[in-house]
Design a protein around this ligand. Sequence first.
Ligand code: ATP
Ligand code: FE
Length: 333
Amino acid sequence: PIILAIESSCDDTGAAVMAGGKILANIVAGQQVHEQYGGVVPELASRAHQQHLLPVVQAALQKAGISKNDLDAVAFTQGPGLLGSLLVGGMFAKSFALALDKPLIGVNHMRAHILAHFIEEPRPQFPFLCLTVSGGHTQLVVVRSPLEMDIIGQTQDDAAGEAFDKTAKLLGLPYPGGPRLDKLAQQGNPLRFPFPVNQMPGYDFSFSGVKTAVMYFLRQQTQQNPAFIEENLADLCASIQHTIIQTLMRQLRRAAAEYGLTNIAIAGGVAANSGLRAELQRLADELGWQVFIPAFQYCTDNAGMIAMTAHFQYEAGDFATQLASPDPRLKLG
Ligand code: ATP
Ligand code: FE
């Protein structure tokens, strides 16, 4: 099938065209407007989606060399995400599908982050264990097939991406701090400042402890030496990153052992973290895992992953109706 997919769950407006499971175009327009506020402002995000959506869809169709009449289906992100943002993409997709008399496919954004792995080689074999680490979610998911997945653990408070962004903010780094903290960490000593690794039973996660520990530690140190952060920035970044990664890896290792899974994947924007990638590779050697990490452009929000998921849903006959409405808290599975 030839599918047009729309992504508008948060602050990136995306459109992709996929034919027979192959990406023909994948266009993303980001939104700079949020930087000055240090985080995504929902109302501004919806407005920017309104502005970006038509040009992005047009660019995707043009790049793919596909006319809208050639489409077999129109897919959109149904949730989870910001309601206003989801509404803009969802309403567009519904109108477009209605006007063209084409079937509609509603996609779960978190399923799509996982199925981004199937856009390019090497594709993981089922069943596999996926650690999804993004700006809003941290989930351990047993993936049995494209449409059968179970969440076995998730964060009880902040997402891993939030833990990076919030601790980066405490260090005075501009939003979003995750990628900057990663870069600085590469020059630092990860064992210099030991922060607590969360020891939650089961497979859930918690990152509020590390955030609070960093906050109190910095407050105490800067009272004695106002230049403490500046003088130790790389070591602080490396130590914080190390703690977040150890928290993630502890649960990942335990779940992999318990479920007897050796095909291990990571997904979401934090999968871009260089320390996380290196640690995963190291564990692969130690434990005989086969690890899968998507290309960067398919880790962060993009419509290519929505198209890939819609492709599987199309094959399974899983279509939406005009009654489909966005669900900010749409559940996986
Ligand atoms: P969700 O899918 O849960 O709604 P999202 O799609 O907005 O969230 P992503 O785009 O997948 O989130 O990821 C963004 C997050 O990834 C941000 O918190 C950002 O700081 C973090 N991030 C991106 N690159 C890195 C990196 N190299 N190191 C650490 N964190 C990173
Ligand atoms: Fe996302």
